[in-house]
Ligand binder design. Structure first.
Ligand code: RIB
Ligand code: CA
Length: 314
């Protein structure tokens, strides 16, 4: 039985890479996309979600537009400096490629609640942006925590340095109050954080391999990733066109969890002070009673890259 997922996303170059990976994998059935601010404003991330589904030939998959701002804090600047003015590598996605596609009328949080409550025990939530929509859904209907199959998120970091502050990863930092609610809820969470996503890199030669022979999905990925590669040169000094493998990691875990080693620790998110938006794990299992999170701490990068290439080129 494939994993039935709701992909909660702020596309975003690596969100696009993750979505195409999911759509090409028989282990995954994408029930819907819910959108959130993050890599750009929610109007742009929603347009990109629609355009990606149009590109992939899946205009049938519903898209529900979600939160445009965090629950409590004022919004941080959005991520165009990482992902381009259109948040898709400056390929000129400033309008819908298919004007006949429309978002559903429900807010993303309502969409999540309705799907989970009408399919108890079956739905996996895959948030790869700020956790605002999941927190809103929990506030609307706390029983979703008992009825989701699991939550597999990209975000946070246990031991790795932060990417937007010394301690914090962007998705959690963008809405720390939402993340705190999500980590307090009693649902099974797997966290693919910077500990594993920055441990795996894809470089220029790899993107050429994805695109070889005119492969349509691989060619699209190579095109949209160029701006993101330049960000990795400027920010991290990566010399060979490498990028970190953030959002595809959540999908890879769902397809083949044996690529990863996880550790079960309670996680807390500070909502103010210098550690705001960090994901602090009680690694001694001594201090906190909150639900344990499956924190992914090790990854086999070669297997992940091989799996990704096989699926994108299939
Ligand atoms: O920190 C990496 C995360 O921030 C990814 O989900 C990326 O798409 C951005 O949202
Ligand atoms: Ca993302």
């Amino acid at each position: 039985m494939p994993h039935k997922i709701i992909f909660d996303t702020d596309p975003g170059v690596d969100d696009a890479m993750a979505l195409l990976f999911a759509l090409k994998s028989p282990e995954i059935e994408v029930l819907g996309l819910t959108t959130v601010f993050g890599n750009s404003n929610v109007e742009a991330t929603t347009r990109n979600a629609l355009n990606l589904l149009d590109f992939a030939g899946r205009p049938d998959i519903p898209v529900a537009k979600g939160a445009g701002v965090p629950l409590v804090i004022p919004p941080h600047p959005t991520g165009e400096f990482v992902h381009g003015d259109d948040a898709m590598g400056n390929i000129g996605w400033h309008a819908q490629t298919n004007p006949n596609m429309h978002v559903v009328e429900q807010h993303a949080a309502q969409f999540i609640v309705e799907q989970v409550m009408s399919n108890p025990g079956q739905i996996t939530l895959v948030p790869v942006g700020p956790l605002t929509n999941l927190a809103l859904a929990l506030q609307l209907e706390p029983r979703i925590a008992k009825h989701v199959k699991e939550v597999v998120m990209m975000g946070g970091s246990v031991l790795h340095a932060g990417n937007v502050s010394p301690l914090a990863e962007a998705n959690v930092h963008n809405d720390p109050h939402a993340a705190a609610l999500v980590f307090r809820a009693e649902w099974p969470i797997t966290m693919a954080g910077l500990d594993v996503t920055e441990a795996v890199q894809m470089n220029a030669a790899y993107f050429d391999e994805l695109a070889a022979g005119g492969n349509r999905f691989g060619g699209f990925i190579r095109r949209v990733v160029a701006f993101y590669q330049q960000f990795h040169v400027d920010w991290y000094g990566m010399p060979d066109g490498e990028v970190h493998t953030h959002d595809p990691s959540a999908i890879a875990y769902l397809i083949d969890p044996s690529i990863y080693v996880g550790q079960q620790w309670p996680v807390t998110v500070p909502t103010d002070g210098p550690a705001i938006g960090a994901t602090i794990a009680d690694r001694r299992l001594r201090f906190w009673q909150s639900p344990k999170v499956n924190c992914l701490m090790q990854v086999d990068g070669d297997r992940l890259r091989a799996l990704y290439k096989m699926r994108i080129r299939a």
